[in-house]
Design a protein around this ligand. Structure first.
Ligand code: PRT
Ligand code: ZN
Length: 216
């Protein structure tokens, strides 16, 4: 059905590391809504907001196309999708880094040592740009998960993956050698919102900023 009053549509991750903090942020903004695990969207009861639950990788494209007006996603996913211009503001959670790592016993002095190496990653764009800026040519192998096991199964001599505590690298006999990119969750928006939606967005951002100030 068509809403009788303007509403803004926000895409958040359905289930994963961003989900709980995204939902908490919306709730702390004083916005009430029902959730259930099988529902893919929900309408707030006291604010003109509809929430869509998606895979995080799909969020930048949906916001770019205007299927969703707003999204909450990691900068790593946003920049890898080639859509950094959609970012409005950092949200202060899901902080992590995209790092290069090599087997613990391997020698490593500088990024130049990666010349000609096979590197497994889920972030070929961010890593490719990083290496190109430094004049390093490597063979990037794009895999979508379990990147950390690539060296031990002979698929690559190095990896580039998301790190937070570092315990996954440690557990797989790897040593972090370069930080390629620092990331946190960000609010993103479609670039041609109607005036009515821009007004709702302003109210939402005002509340989000108040929540962040109160948390400090
Ligand atoms: O299903 P969907 O596609 O929506 O989710 P997903 O599996 O692609 O993403 P998810 O939920 O794992 O992560 C969502 C976002 O959280 C990422 O895009 C990052 O912006 C952010 N984030 C923060 C992390 C981590 N911390 C993190 N630690 N994403 C992944 N990890 C992985 C890391 O790669 C490692 O394999 O968690 C593992 C443990 O990390 P350590 O260093 O603490 O051991
Ligand atoms: Zn994903």
């Amino acid at each position: 059905h068509l809403p009788l009053f303007p509403m803004i549509r926000l895409a958040i991750q359905k289930s994963g590391r961003l989900s709980e903090d995204s939902l908490n942020l919306i709730r702390e903004c004083g916005i009430s809504f029902q959730t259930s695990s099988y529902k893919l969207k929900t309408e707030a009861t006291n604010f003109p907001l509809e929430i869509l639950y998606l895979r995080d990788d799909d969020i930048p494209g949906y916001v770019q196309d205007g299927v969703a007006d707003l999204g909450i996603v990691g900068q790593n996913v946003l920049v890898e999708a080639g859509l950094p211009a959609l970012e409005l503001e950092p949200l202060g959670f899901s902080k992590c880094r995209l790092s290069l790592a090599v087997p613990r016993a391997a020698g490593y002095d500088s990024v130049q040592d990666l010349q000609g190496m096979n590197i497994a990653t889920s972030y070929p764009k961010i890593l490719g740009d990083y290496l190109a800026e430094r004049g390093v040519k490597a063979n990037l192998h794009t895999i979508s998960g379990s990147v950390e096991i690539a060296p031990s199964i002979g698929l690559a001599e190095a990896i580039c993956d998301i790190v937070s505590s570092g315990s996954t690298l440690l557990g797989n006999g790897l040593r972090e050698v370069e930080t390629v990119f620092r990331s946190e969750a960000v609010l993103i928006a479609h670039q041609n919102l109607t005036a009515e939606k821009r007004e709702i967005l302003e109210q939402l951002q005002f509340r989000m900023q108040a929540v962040r100030r109160a948390r400090r």
